[in-house]
Design a protein around this ligand. Structure first.
Ligand code: THU
Length: 164
C-alpha cells in the first residue's frame, strides 16, 4: 500500500478590486450574465463569463426547467455554446459568480461536479490550462490555475474517444 497526497495551489483575494484588469473585467462580465439567469425554481442565479484566446468574451447563465433535471448550469450553458459556435476556440479563463435574494452569499460559489467534468474535457481537448475564477459578489475571490487542479480524478477513458 502506498499513501499518496495531492496538493493544489490557488490564489485567494479578499475582493474583486484586487484582481488584475483582465480578471476584473471577466468577473464584471460574469456579474452581467446573472441578469439572463432563468431560475424561477431555485431563485439562485449563476453567471459565467469565458474569455477565449481571441479576446472574445462568452457569457452563460443557469437555465432551469419545470422538469427540473432538464435545466442546465451556467458553466455548461456557456461551454456548450462555445463548443457549437466556436468549435476550435481556446479558452483562457472563466469567471463564475452567483446571487440570490433569499440569503447573502458569503463565499465564492464553486462549480458542481458535472460542470467540472465538462470543463475538464474542454481543457484536455485544447491541451492548455483553463483558469477558473470563483467570484463572490462583495467578497472573496478564488483563482485556480486549471480545471485539472479542481478535478484531478475526472473521468478519462481514451479508448472511448471518437476517431476523427
Ligand atoms: N448551478 C449552476 O449554474 N452552476 C453550478 O455549478 C451549480 C449550480 C445552478 C443550477 C440551478 O439552476 C441552481 O444553480 C441551483 O442549484
Amino acid at each position: 500500500m502506498k499513501l499518496l497526497n495531492l496538493n493544489i495551489t490557488f490564489e485567494q483575494y479578499t475582493g474583486v478590486e484586487e484582481l488584475s484588469g483582465q480578471d476584473l473585467a471577466l468577473c464584471q462580465n460574469a456579474e452581467t450574465a446573472l441578469a439572463s439567469s432563468y431560475s424561477p425554481y431555485s431563485k439562485f442565479r449563476v453567471g459565467t463569463a469565458i474569455r477565449l484566446a481571441s479576446g472574445e468574451i462568452i457569457l452563460g447563465s443557469n437555465q432551469e426547467n419545470l422538469a427540473y433535471p432538464s435545466g442546465l448550469c451556467a458553466e455548461r450553458v456557456a461551454l456548450f455554446s462555445i463548443g457549437s459556435a466556436y468549435p476550435n476556440a481556446v479558452i483562457e479563463s472563466m469567471a463564475i459568480t452567483a446571487q440570490t435574494d433569499a440569503f447573502e452569499i458569503l463565499k465564492p460559489v464553486t462549480s458542481c461536479g458535472g460542470c467540472l467534468q465538462v470543463m475538464a474535457e474542454f481543457e484536455r481537448k485544447q491541451g492548455s490550462p483553463i483558469e477558473v475564477i470563483f467570484y463572490c459578489l462583495n467578497g472573496e475571490v478564488l483563482k485556480v490555475p486549471s480545471v485539472q487542479s479542481l478535478l484531478p480524478f475526472s473521468f478519462v477513458e481514451d479508448r472511448l474517444a471518437a476517431k476523427a
